[in-house]
Design a binder for this molecule. Sequence first.
Ligand code: PMP
Length: 384
Amino acid sequence: ATQEKAWAAGAPSTGKPAVTPESVINLDHGDPTMFEEFWRGTGAAAEIVIPGWQTMSYFSDVGNVCWFLEPGLDHEVRRLHRLVGNAAVDGYHVLVGTGSTQLFMAALYALSPPAAAPMSVVSTAPYYSSYPAVTDFLQSGLFRWAGDASSFTGDTYIELVCSPNNPDGTIREAVLSSASGVAVHDLAYYWPQYTAITKRADHDIMLFTVSKSTGHAGTRIGWALVKDRDVARKMTKFIELNTIGVSKDSQLRAATVLRAVSDAYELPAAGEEHRRLFDYGRRKMAERWSMLREAAAASGIFSLPDETSGYCNFTKDMASTNPAFAWLRCDREDVEDCASFLRGHKILTRSGSQFGADPRYVRVSMLDRDDAYDIFVKRLASLK
Ligand code: PMP
């Protein structure tokens, strides 16, 4: 009843319910609520007010290929990439999508010319579980899921390259190289809190999202950096046909959030330590990974990918990789399905089988709130 009153007064939902030591802990989705703590501490820097008369038009910038892109978001996207040095922006079109998920679909559409046979869509296993699901759910005649890129033999294809990879955190390059194949680089996790920024990526199509960079998954804003004008135009067409553009309210909020991130590094007055997203994120992720490694060692029945590190051009120091997901293997001989074993202990994860891999593996989100994460590592440590 209190909750209903709050909603009636216009209060927002808080997402997943609070947990207790007895709760089922749901780490199946990569819900990035870990970042709430950081954004609670930034005060008004990321706040936005939209008067009733604003953002009413369908259009944002009719002269741009992406005519529904808010110029302020375009500006902040380019500014942040220049600051972090993780992707080239000069000579690229910025396109906005309802999450990078919509841009992924737009890329499939743009890169699959109408032809007799549908285009094959591939990615090296273990691959992000949404790739096959999103590719095939409308059973398009333009493209279809063709599985693991490393065993693919044709020469016309779209290769999805996720780096750092969801689910296992590895740094990846395209494995196929036919002249008539194309790659889409999903760089959702190529940010300093997850990995060392070792080079400025300059692929033809790169996808990013606020869901993983700042943690604002609920804002549903992603962006694509696209070199080729014709591909950019077709991707824009897809979004026009699919949703006639992308919420301007969300774009303005995303722009404000990205501006707050850059300001904390570029404006000395605002640059107190606790306002620097990537410093906060890296510290937090490193803490969580060391807790997890300790818990796995205490339990003795789990293994994790080895820790790797590299020189980060952004922070100018050596940084270890702290993936947003743990790719956890249960080594107990009698456990063939790690997800159901963990479910039996009230820990929900996603089975390796959904990523084209062995069900002895599971993917565990590392981005949940502290209370849930703490219960998770304690429970994991106690499993024998
Ligand atoms: N790509 C990867 C690799 C992801 O992990 C996710 C989110 N789980 C997405 C894309 C989609 O993100 P968005 O919320 O922007 O649709």
